[in-house]
Design a protein around this ligand. Structure first.
Ligand code: SF4
Length: 89
């Protein structure tokens, strides 16, 4: 398991929901039609635009696919060292 920081830029998110389709365990739309980051392993279940997630490699690959599917590139992924993994800089 590796730790990743996942952030949705709520200004960029247009509620297209492709991230929810690809990774329904990580993303959901809130009342404002913006994607929030879920973590079903966390004690704190509050909906949030930003979270640390601990993921196996295959779950990370799926997270990456969901970020790539976002038409406005509103999903940002960072590693534990704070480096931006997606979108690639
Ligand atoms: S795919 Fe992008 S625009 Fe669509 S809900 Fe997810 S973050 Fe928002």
């Amino acid at each position: 398991m590796k730790k990743y920081r996942v952030r949705v830029d709520e200004d960029l998110c247009i509620g297209a929901a492709s991230c929810v389709t690809v990774a329904p365990d990580v993303f959901a739309l809130n009342d404002e039609n913006k994607a929030v980051v879920l973590d079903d392993t966390a004690e704190d279940q509050a909906e949030t635009y930003e979270r640390w997630l601990e993921l196996e490699d295959d779950a990370y690959e799926n997270l990456l696919l969901s970020a790539q599917s976002c038409p406005t590139l509103a999903i940002f992924i960072y590693n534990e060292e704070g480096e931006q993994l997606f979108p690639e800089m």
